[in-house]
Design a protein around this ligand. Sequence first.
Ligand SMILES: Cc1ncc(COP(=O)(O)O)c(C=O)c1O
Length: 374
Amino acid sequence: MNISNGQLWKYSSFIENKNYSFNKEEILNYITIEQIDEAYSTISKWESYEATPLLLLNKLSKELNLNQIYYKDESKRFDLKSFKALGGAYAVEKVTKGNKEITVSTATAGNHGRSVAWGAKRLGLKCKIFISEFVSEARGKAMQLLGADVIRVKGNYENSLIECIKQSTENDWQIVQDVAWKDYMLVPTLTMAGYSVMMKEIVDQIKNESITHIFLQAGVGGMAGAMVAGVARYLKNIPKIIVIEPDSAACVMKSIESGKIEKVQIVRESLMGGMSCGEPSLVPWKILKKSVNNCISLPDDDIGKAMKLFANASFGDDKIIAGENAAPGVISLIACCNDEKIKNLIKLNSTSNVLLIGCEGDTDQEMYQKLLKD
Ligand SMILES: Cc1ncc(COP(=O)(O)O)c(C=O)c1O
């Protein structure tokens, strides 16, 4: 079977960052080496900690004529099935510092809240989770099962965040948010330090190979920023960094284009729910603005198809459970390889070692099954 076949893999826009100027020292001012190292030393001691697999998509790399495609499989992250487990739960531990009286709270599209709820449960803390009307029942239920009070708010993610801040201020709850704003930078930075554990594991897993390209999904940019910080901390070389977003919520792309934080109005929620965010977060933005080479945006069209090909072991030898937010890496890579101009511009060729982040498994099992069927 020819998986990558021309027109079938769509992208909407592709841009180059005119302000690109990667600077390791500057990046490590926003998240320090100490913060990155402390996150790894803490999380790697958690009971049930294990590095997630780094798989090879060998069938796809052969077809695209690339040297290697690595796929970091976060469907195996604890029992939460997403990289998000590294961030929220770690931040809960750091901010509560052993105080069992604290109630933690957060607003979430799903996976971050699950991490906070799980972190609170680990430490025996009370937890309040605010979700918008677009978050599925299954995702809400998953957080209730972890012992959290789940509060549904009318409107979108932003409305759930506003309500979370309001109630948390009134009740003296400790907000553990993955999004940063002007006076709220430490917790999101700790969350990102948690995510950077992925890069430490990858560096240990690839041994002496060097990564040439990294495709990073972005919602508010936390994961992408954390991985770039991981590059600055752990890698000797500087790979090309390509940020992926849904075309309905390409806020990092719009910001990279203009050189300053831009908001986009989300009129249609993407299937890639975790990435459907209208504005980059402040800490990630500082990191991303000069270190991202390119941005690509995608429609939802090929998500289900890519998930199915992962499940059938069509990209490599392993059957992979890849959720909606894990699929766009492979779609972007194929789309870039199918476009000669882009392929040449970002130098994707037979010497390339590409890293894709399989950031979640079937975190919403109902949705996963539905997308595979459709
Ligand atoms: C599975 C998954 N991948 C990627 C993202 C995007 O991460 P960020 O918002 O940190 O950019 C999210 C966000 O919730 C997510 O849940």
